[in-house]
Ligand binder design. Structure first.
Ligand code: FES
Length: 76
């Protein structure tokens, strides 16, 4: 059974999944989340796969935060 990766996100980060997180390049938050879940565990990798952060980089911190949450190991 695969846990829903979204369960790892705090509720505040689960909002607006279908809105653009990267407004410079119009990349939806859900697309960034999917890239991270599929193995893009660095900002550089997310950028390569989705083009997020490739504008002026204003969404970099948000992408970092998503990576942090989604790649945290389950230590229970
Ligand atoms: S919003 Fe992503 S680079 Fe500006």
């Amino acid at each position: 059974m695969n846990a829903d990766p979204l369960d790892k996100l705090p509720p505040i980060l689960k909002k607006s999944l279908h809105k653009n997180l990267c407004t410079c390049n119009e990349v939806k938050k859900i697309d960034i989340i999917n890239a991270i879940v599929d193995g893009a565990n660095t900002v550089a990798e997310v950028r390569k796969q989705t083009y997020a952060t490739m504008g002026i980089g204003c969404c970099t911190q948000q992408v970092e935060r998503l990576i942090e949450c989604l790649c945290s190991s389950d230590d229970e």
